[in-house]
Design a protein around this ligand. Structure first.
Ligand SMILES: Nc1nc2c(ncn2[C@@H]2O[C@H](COP(=O)(O)OP(=O)(O)O)[C@@H](O)[C@H]2O)c(=O)[nH]1
Ligand SMILES: [Mg+2]
Length: 239
C-alpha cells in the first residue's frame, strides 16, 4: 500500500535495494585478513595463487594486496610465476621494489610451477608468511595453459585460489569463471576496474554461478585502490 505522501520511486528503489542486498549477501566474504591470520597460525604460511585471463588485473591486484598485507604487519613475498608474457617479470619486479616487498624471480620460459614451489621454500627459509603467486594470463580455451595452472596448484598447494576478473568484460568473464571453477576450483574472487564500470554485472554472475566470496574490488591503478567488498559499498556505487 502506497501512502499519500510516499513517492513511488522511493518504494521501488527500496524494494530493489532489498533484493539486491539478498544477492550481495551470497558473495559477502569473511574477513580476509583474519582468514589469512588463521591459516598462518595453523600452518606457519598462507599461500595464495591468483589466476584469470590476460589483462584482468592480476599483477596490479597482487601489488595492491601485498602493499595492504605489509601495512597490516604481514610478511608477504611475491612469486613471479608469469614466465610467459613479455615484460611480466619486470612489471612485478618494479611493483615489488616500489612497495618494498620481496619477489621470487626466475627466467622467462622457466616452469611456472617450479617458480611457485621455489617461492614457497624461500618463504619458509626467510620467515615470510604470505606467498602471493602471480600467474600468466591465459585464455580459458587453451587447455595447455589450464594444465599448467593445474600443475602450479598441485605443486604449490595453495590455501586459497583467487580468480581475478575484470568487471568490464561482461559475458566473457562469466564463461571464464565457469571454466576456471570447474577446471581448477575457485575459493574466492577479486573484481577489478570497478572504477570504470558502475553496473557491476560480474558480481551478480559470481553470486549466481559459483556463489564464492568476493574479497575485494579494484577501483583504480594505484596501490591504495583496492577495497574490501561489502554489500553496502556496492549498493552505494549502484544508487
Ligand atoms: N582503472 C583500473 N585499472 C586497473 C585496475 N586493476 C588493474 N588495472 C589496469 O589493468 C591493466 C592490466 O593489469 P595487469 O595487472 O597487468 O593484468 P594481468 O595481465 O592480469 O596481470 C593495467 O593497465 C592496470 O593498471 C583497476 O581496479 N582499475
Ligand atoms: Mg600479469
Amino acid at each position: 500500500k502506497i501512502g499519500r505522501f510516499t513517492n513511488s520511486h522511493t518504494i521501488i528503489e527500496s524494494k530493489m535495494k532489498e533484493s539486491l542486498t539478498k544477492i550481495l549477501e551470497i558473495v559477502k566474504p569473511p574477513d580476509f585478513y583474519q582468514l589469512v591470520s588463521s591459516i598462518i597460525k595453523e600452518k606457519g604460511l598462507c599461500t595464495i595463487v591468483f589466476f584469470g585471463v590476460n589483462g584482468s588485473g592480476k599483477t596490479t591486484t597482487i601489488a595492491k594486496l601485498a602493499f595492504k598485507l605489509k601495512e597490516k604487519g604481514f610478511l608477504p613475498i611475491i612469486a613471479a610465476a608469469d614466465t610467459f608474457r613479455a615484460g611480466a617479470i619486470e612489471q612485478i619486479k618494479s611493483h615489488a621494489e616500489k612497495i618494498g616487498v620481496p619477489v621470487y624471480l626466475s627466467k622467462y620460459g622457466s616452469d611456472p610451477a617450479s617458480v611457485a614451489f621455489g617461492c614457497v621454500q624461500e618463504a619458509r627459509k626467510n620467515k615470510r608468511n604470505v606467498v602471493l603467486i602471480d600467474t600468466a594470463g591465459r585464455m580459458n580455451t587453451d587447455t595447455d595453459l589450464i594444465q599448467e595452472m593445474k600443475k602450479i596448484v598441485r605443486v604449490s598447494k595453495p590455501d586459497l585460489k583467487i580468480f581475478v576478473g575484470d568487471s568490464l568484460v561482461g559475458n566473457d568473464a562469466v564463461n571464464q569463471i565457469r571454466t576456471f571453477n570447474s577446471d581448477i576450483g575457485i575459493d574466492g574472487v577479486i573484481i577489478t576496474k570497478m572504477d570504470a564500470d558502475s553496473h557491476g554485472g560480474l558480481i551478480f554472475s559470481v553470486a549466481r554461478i559459483i556463489k564464492k566470496p568476493i574479497y575485494f574490488i579494484g577501483i583504480g591503478q594505484d596501490y591504495s585502490s583496492l577495497i574490501e567488498f561489502s554489500p553496502e559499498v556496492i549498493l552505494k556505487k549502484l544508487f
